[in-house]
Every structure is written in structure tokens, then in C-alpha cells.
Design a protein around this ligand. Structure first.
Ligand code: NOJ
Length: 483
């Protein structure tokens, strides 16, 4: 059997700024520069100061990308590289030049740049002023977005405003909002910890919506590009047939995907009703007034700005979960984050699922759930255009470095599942992006998880890149437009 994709299907691979660029002295600090330098935060004590040094390997990296034959390459702009203090008052021309050159070289090689504006590396100068909770945060993002549209937009036809709001609004703020253990007022701290993710998510959604409108009003006519946003997307299977677990699995999807997708992609806009109702109920149960719900409200004007503010939905898809409801004890336990307690769900992994990338990793191979989430999106949001903006896995720690058979198998399995979703289920998927081009800095896992199609020798001063087997495998897939 053959799995051929529709004509014009986009084939891509991806990286993000902090994970590959290095050259930390040639830009303003981001929250990740600061966080990684605090002992104990990253598993192997490493940081992205140098990473793959992609900032100084521009020509070489474009050749590596071209050698794969991709039609698109997704990368992110480091906000603090173009705006060292985060605001428009100080533009770093060298940073702007770097991204322009990268775009130019890609275009010369017939590769379309796909730019993510925000891939978690928030400017530290803005963080010190309150970050996403500052009243001007939306304006700061809009100024930055406009600058990028203006400087790179003649070369870029596909923009992604945010990478995985769920991840940075939820896991990001709970650990980095400065809620230190020394806080004297622990009671307020708890309430903050509960409210901040929803507030940050709200600010990010508004930033996305307003940046989309800027593109629409000021740039689209001339540049003719499209603007989307990338979601964290993990499918949830109920852990059992019990109504409580079925409900929990639905809430898991709602709290992660629909929280962000519904305000943008639904016809009515605003937050999902089930989330709003549940948080209102909690307010009532806890003797707070309805209006005191922890979930912010959009004004009518804001709701309209955000609703319909995406030309496509980006999906980062890796794994799924078996989701169950919480026990009474868990609901009252401080071990579980507020979001899980508010939503009343807990994600687990089926021990029978094929584990990949080593025993300790969070990855497993459940490709059959990819069509499920795509159909969920198709049904719920009127079959929007979807771009798979990430899919891939890390090498098994004992795998012979260049023989990355596990990656090939994982991606093949997912491509077959994706093919089914497109051809049998009629999901409107425009393209597939393999994460990642290079082995790189995998956030708190440092350099211990290697997602690259190219191996990077981090002990070599030149950071030599060597193709793994997946490079020629992926090149074949692209040449054949499928398997
Ligand atoms: C999603 C993130 O966008 C990316 O930065 C990360 O490296 C991959 N997942 C793998 O964990």
C-alpha cells in the first residue's frame, strides 16, 4: 500500500530560537537565559548560551535544510534578539539582519520560511516589569509583531504568533511567576497560583488576536501571507468506561486545547462553555460570587478581535493520555496543580503503549490517536485548515546515534495515521513538520533528549553536524510526496 499526500502538501522541519541559536551575548536576555543559569533548573546543568550556535552557522544550516528537500522551514524569532529590552525603543539591527538573511537564504533555496513569533523565550527586561501580567503586555507584543511583519514580511508567507500557549501559560507561570516559598502571605500566593495561568492565557490570546488584526489591516494586502497559532495537542482516552472518566477525558481536551482554540476558532468566540460553567460553579461552591470566577471575561470588542483571528491552526502532536477523574483526596491535595484540580482530571499512560526515547522519557508511540484529535477539531471547529507544526521523537539514549530507526518508525507511523485523517476522514491538513532539524537544547531536559535529524557534536568547538539515517528517509518521503 502507498500513502501519497495531496498535491501541494507542505513538508517541513523545525527549530526554535533559544533551543538552537546560542550567541547569547549578542542579544538581550530572555527568561530562559536567566532560568537556565540558576542551579538545579536543568537536568544536566546546561543552558542555551551556545546551543547549536545556529546564529553563526546560518549558511551551513540552510544547506542542511535544503539537503532534506523540505518545502518549508519553521523557526522562531528571539524577541530579545531583535528588541533587546523587549520594547520597540531599541532595535538591534544585527539581529534583524540575521533573520532577514536566514529568510533570504531559505527563499533562494526554494524553502518557505515559517516564522513563530513567540516560542517561550520572553524578554527578561519585560518579565522584570511584570511580564504577561503587565497592562502593557499586549501592546509590547503587538509592537514586536508589527516590527517582524514589517522587516521580514516580504519574504515570509506563513506566521505563527504563539507556540503552545497552554504550555507557557500553565506550566510556565506556575514555576516562574515568582511565587517563592519564602512568601509570607501564602494564602494570597495560592490564589495567585490558581489565577495566573488563566490571566496569562487571556493576555496571550488578546495579544494573538490584536497581532492578527495588525497583519490583516496593515500587511495582508501587500504581503499576502497567512497568520495562525500553534496548539499543544494531546489526545485523551478515558481511562475506563465510567461516566466520570469519560467526563475527565473530555475536560482534559477542553482545558488544554479548547481553552485556547475556542475563543479563536469557534463561531461564537469566548471561552468554552464547559470551562466557564465549571469555574463559575467552583466560585459558587467556594462562596464567591459568580463574577468572581477565576476565568477572565472578554469584552464584546475583545471577543470579536479574537474570534476568527487565525487562517490556520498549528498543531504540535506527540502523544496521548489515558485520562481519569480525581479522587476526593487528590482534589484536596496540593501536589496536583490547580488547573488539574479545577478541571478534575489526571493524565496517565497505558503501560501497554510502546515506550520510545528511553524509559524515563514522556514519549510513547500512539499514532492512532492523531486522526482522533484531527477529527475532534474538524467536528468542533468546522474543519479549519491545520498545519502539523511539530511531530517527532527523541533518540533512545542507547540508540546508535546515527541509526535513528526509532525516529523513522515513529514518524512513519504518524504519517500513515495522518494520511488516513486526510483521505478517509476528510480533515483539512495542509502540511507536516518534523521536530527537529538538529539535536538541540530540550528545555529543562537540557541536551539529554535529542530530537534532531542531524546529530550535533556538542563537544566539538565547531559543533559539527552529521546526518542521521532519518535525513535520507525524510528526503525520500518528500520526493515521493508520501510513503
Ligand atoms: C514542543 C515544543 O514546542 C518544542 O520546543 C519542544 O522541543 C518539543 N515539544 C519537544 O519536547
Amino acid at each position: 500500500m502507498e500513502w501519497r499526500f495531496p498535491k501541494g502538501f507542505a513538508w517541513s522541519c523545525a527549530t526554535s530560537a533559544y533551543q538552537v541559536e546560542g550567541a547569547c551575548d549578542e542579544k538581550g536576555q530572555s527568561v530562559w537565559d536567566v532560568f537556565t543559569h540558576r542551579p538545579g533548573n536543568v537536568i544536566d546543568g546546561s543552558n542555551g548560551d551556545v546551543a547549536c550556535d545556529s546564529y553563526h552557522h546560518l549558511e551551513e544550516d540552510v544547506q542542511l535544510i535544503a539537503a532534506i528537500g523540505v518545502s518549508h522551514y519553521r523557526f522562531s524569532v528571539a524577541w530579545s534578539r531583535v528588541l533587546p529590552n523587549g520594547t520597540i525603543n531599541d532595535v538591534n539591527e544585527a539581529g534583524v539582519r540575521y533573520y532577514r538573511q536566514l529568510c533570504e537564504k531559505l527563499v533562494e533555496n526554494n524553502i518557505e520560511p515559517v516564522i513563530t513569533l513567540y516560542h517561550w523565550d520572553y524578554p527578561y527586561e519585560l518579565e522584570k516589569r511584570g511580564g504577561w501580567l503587565h497592562p502593557d503586555a499586549i501592546q509590547w507584543f503587538c509592537d514586536y509583531a508589527r516590527l517582524c511583519f514589517d522587516k521580514f514580511g516580504d519574504l515570509v508567507k506563513t506566521w505563527i504568533t504563539f507556540n503552545e500557549i497552554w504550555m507557557c501559560a500553565w506550566t510556565g507561570t506556575v514555576t516562574t511567576a515568582g511565587l517563592s516559598d519564602q512568601s509570607a502571605d501564602k494564602a494570597s500566593r495560592e490564589r495567585c497560583a490558581r489565577a495566573i495561568p488563566y490571566l496569562v492565557g487571556h493576555q496571550m490570546l488578546l495579544s494573538h488576536g490584536r497581532a492578527y488584526r495588525i497583519y490583516e489591516n496593515e500587511f495582508r494586502e501587500k504581503q499576502k501571507g497567512q497568520v495562525g497559532i500553534t496548539m499543544s495537542a494531546k489526545w485523551r482516552e478515558p481511562a475506563s468506561d465510567s461516566p466520570d472518566d469519560i467526563r475527565a477525558a473530555q475536560d482534559g481536551l477542553c482545558w488544554q486545547l479548547d481553552w485556547i482554540a475556542h475563543p479563536i476558532f469557534s463561531t461564537c468566540g469566548g471561552y468554552p462553555k464547559r470551562m466557564r460553567d465549571r469555574l463559575n460553579d467552583l466560585s459558587i461552591n467556594e462562596q464567591r460570587a459568580n463574577k468572581d470566577s477565576i476565568l477572565p471575561e472578554f469584552t464584546d470588542e475583545e471577543c470579536n478581535v479574537v474570534r476568527g483571528s487565525a487562517d490556520f491552526m498549528g498543531l504540535n502532536y506527540y502523544i496521548s493520555y489515558k485520562t481519569r477523574h480525581l479522587t476526593e483526596e487528590e482534589k484536596n491535595s496540593e501536589e496536583l496543580g490547580w488547573l488539574f484540580r479545577d478541571a478534575d482530571y489526571c493524565d496517565t499512560v497505558d503501560p501497554s503503549w510502546e515506550k520510545i526515547s528511553g524509559e524515563k522519557s514522556w514519549l510513547h508511540n500512539t499514532p492512532w490517536t492523531l486522526p482522533k484529535i484531527l477529527c475532534y477539531i474538524r467536528n468542533k471547529y468546522n474543519n479549519p485548515k491545520v498545519l502539523i507544526t511539530e511531530n517527532g521523537c527523541a533518540d533512545h539514549p542507547e540508540e546508535v546515534v546515527l541509526e535513528d530507526n526509532a525516529r523513522i518508525k515513529y514518524c512513519e507511523d504518524h504519517l500513515k495515521a495522518l494520511h488516513k485523517a486526510i483521505t478517509k476522514d476528510g480533515c483539512n491538513v495542509l502540511g507536516y513538520t518534523l521536530w527537529s532539524l538538529l539535536d538541540n537544547f530540550e528545555w529543562t531536559n537540557g541536551y539529554t533528549m535529542k530530537f534532531g535529524m542531524y546529530h550535533v557534536d556538542f563537544n566539538d568547538p565547531d559543533l559539527r553536524r552529521t546526518p542521521k539515517k532519518s535525513v535520507s528517509w525524510y528526503a525520500d518521503v518528500i520526493r515521493n510526496n508520501g510513503l
